[in-house]
Design a protein around this ligand. Structure first.
Ligand code: PAF
Length: 284
């Protein structure tokens, strides 16, 4: 496994591999790798000849400087995970390499970033779209792998790739969960014992909404009600949003007549968690 820190070197390595007819997969991460990342990486390793994992904590997607500074940096562990799963190249640029001077150009996502997390984290998706565009230009991969847990991030990236004619195939990967249903996230580590015990109620609420959809309910207010009834039982949870949105545009719907995502963000103490489930009505 090679560890590369410059854009010029990673670009050259990837171009060489592609010239040799090899398919290159990219898994963009901010490090602090957990089992969810491992699944993304393993999928790329299984489908591509060379897998590049980027490790870069992107300052421009954080709303608070403190969150950026506190973001876990687990370098040794991350390299060990990459080595174990079969990664060929780790791209770990410094801040200076990625942002050598103040930025003058950004990728500004449109309506897809307006609702859900976009409402509560102004500028976050602009920061994500911009760094992902920069990574796509540095690592000219055939495919890039993103988790469905960050459904809005995935939709922002899919729309950017389509709108800007980027030549990379986006591969969505299903959310990986702990045995009690909690979606894998580096933030889970920050939950207290009581908060961690309460956390499964988020997925339980989403499943209640999903069951209602599967039984034929199409009015969003009743779908939301099913989830809220479950989540209200847990006092430690402070819901930030619970919305049913179009699966592609991320626009809220009132009536379900196409593919949707039921998505939520909630606070447990000082930790903000997000989760979602997808639903596609069949034969309607
Ligand atoms: O999902 C993440 O870890 C980040 O948002 C990403 C896509 C690596 C961009 O910094």
């Amino acid at each position: 496994m090679r560890v590369i820190t410059t854009i010029a070197q990673v670009r050259e390595a990837v171009r060489e591999a592609r010239c040799d007819g090899q398919r290159v997969g990219l898994v963009p991460t901010m490090g602090a790798l957990h089992a969810g990342h491992e699944t993304l990486i393993a999928r790329s390793v299984a489908e591509c000849d060379v897998t590049v994992v980027s490790l870069f904590v992107n300052p421009i997607q954080f709303n608070q400087k403190e969150d950026f500074e506190k973001y876990p940096r687990t370098w040794e562990h991350d390299l060990a995970v990459c080595e174990r799963v079969g990664v060929g190249l780790v791209f770990a640029p410094s801040n200076e390499e990625m942002y050598p001077r103040p930025m003058m150009t950004y990728v500004e996502p449109g309506a897809v970033a307006e609702h859900l997390c976009g409402r509560f984290r102004p500028g976050h998706f602009r920061g994500v779209a911009t760094v992902v565009a920069k990574l796509f230009h540095a690592v000219e991969a055939d495919r890039a792998y993103f988790g469905e847990k960050d459904a809005q991030q995935l939709a922002v990236i899919q729309s950017m790739v389509s709108d800007l004619n980027m030549a990379v195939e986006i591969v969505p990967v299903a959310t990986v969960r702990e045995v009690d249903g909690v979606a894998m996230s580096s933030r889970n580590e920050r939950l207290s014992t009581a908060e961690r015990r309460a956390a499964p109620v988020l997925y339980a609420g989403l499943l209640a909404a999903l069951r209602r959809l599967e039984r034929g309910e199409r009015e969003v207010r009743w779908v939301r009600e099913a989830a809220l009834e479950v989540m209200e039982r847990e006092q430690l949870v402070r819901l930030e949003y619970l919305e049913v949105v179009d699966a592609v545009t991320m626009q809220p719907v009132e009536h379900v007549d196409g593919a949707v995502r039921v998505a939520l963000a909630a606070w447990l103490g000082r930790v903000r968690l997000i989760d979602n489930v997808g639903f596609v009505p069949h034969g309607e």
